[in-house]
Design a protein around this ligand. Structure first.
Ligand code: NAP
Length: 307
């Protein structure tokens, strides 16, 4: 037997879709994915989610999202979808425990993942000084020196968070102009522990042989000069890539891999909807993701009613 609706992903988009779908009697099943709760569980304070004037910690906000969806009957399964088959109207999802879920409709809210620099040492040293999550790993670098790579809000946010632990935080950015908002950039510039290294890129991270980060090789993009710099950690905060590899054989994606949606949250396959960061490369906010999750649930309700 098929579920009415299966939702893949449990960030603000997926759990808002689950809340609305549960209240619409669609008995949604949510496949939680990793990390459960999505990117907000890897962040610290969320200051821009309406309704929380004092701010709220990301993981706490996602627990509230989850509780609210469950209160109305959403079923949440811990696990990951490994494969999908969207060929027949009974959509099939293969989970990591080899179980198969069949659904009449699917909402995709798999979000996006942190981009990496593409250096060989990065994968060797991840979790050993290379990180994409200051909230998760900042604590390990108390009174140490760390580098944050990037020039957007994520880099500023990570750097500011790291000043709580590290004695010195360098922001390495490849040019002089920033994508970061003025308010975040201003906070970083005003923090005495933060120093900017501009027009520069990391081209090597040392030292995989010692199983830890102790130096990086920096290249100045204006002069092509190269220098070694000591550091205890490298936090990479250079943006995200959408988690769409499971769907590329079925769904229309744009040149950056984001799912293309039309008329709200519809994909090119009737009955498959997408919401949140997996289809939004422009706004990428928790509140916009939640809003599009609500839209996806309403679009699904109408689709199922018409079946
Ligand atoms: P972003 O705005 O796309 O910035 C990515 C940064 O990384 C850019 O400065 C980019 O440099 C740099 N970069 C990209 N690839 C690189 C590479 N291979 N090597 C070196 N540098 C590289 O991404 P984001 O900072 O993750 O922010 C994404 C969205 O989330 C934004 O809309 C942002 O406002 C929002 N956000 C908001 C908050 C907040 O309000 N608290 C916090 C975090 C994020 P170039 O500029 O040279 O391309």
């Amino acid at each position: 037997m098929s579920n009415e609706l299966t939702i893949i992903g449990s960030g603000p988009a997926g759990l808002t879709a689950a809340l609305y779908a549960a209240r619409g009697n669609l008995n949604p099943t949510v496949i939680e994915g990793f990390p459960p709760g999505g990117q907000l569980t890897l962040t610290t304070e969320v200051e821009n989610f309406p309704g929380f004037p004092e701010g709220i910690m990301g993981p706490e906000l996602m627990i509230k999202f989850r509780e609210q969806a469950e209160r109305f009957g959403a079923k949440i399964i811990t696990g990951e979808v490994k494969k999908v088959d969207f060929n027949s109207k009974d959509f099939k999802l293969l989970l990591d425990d080899e179980s198969i879920i069949k659904a009449k409709s699917v909402i995709i809210s798999t979000g996006a993942s942190a981009k990496m620099l593409g250096l060989k040492e990065e994968s060797e040293l991840i979790g050993k000084g290379v990180s994409t999550c200051a909230t998760c790993d900042g604590f390990f670098f108390r009174d140490q020196t760390v580098i944050v790579v990037g020039g957007g809000d994520s880099a500023m946010e990570e750097a500011l968070f790291l000043t709580k632990f590290a004695k010195k935080v360098y922001i390495v950015h490849r040019r002089e102009e920033f994508r970061a908002s003025q308010i975040m950039l201003g906070r970083a510039k005003d923090n005495p522990k933060i120093e900017f290294i501009l027009n520069s890129e990391i081209i090597e991270i040392h030292d995989p042989k010692q199983n830890k980060v102790n130096k990086v090789m920096l290249k100045n993009n204006l002069t092509d000069s190269i220098k070694l710099m000591e550091t205890d950690a490298v936090f990479i905060a250079i943006g995200h890539i959408p988690n769409t590899s499971l769907f590329k054989d079925y769904l229309n994606l744009n040149e950056n891999g984001y799912i293309i949606t039309t008329e709200g949250t519809k994909t090119n396959i009737p009955g498959i909807f997408a919401c949140g960061d997996v289809q939004d490369w422009e706004y990428r906010q928790a509140i916009t993701a939640a809003g599009s999750g609500c839209m996806a649930a309403i679009d699904t309700e109408r689709y199922l009613a018409d079946l």
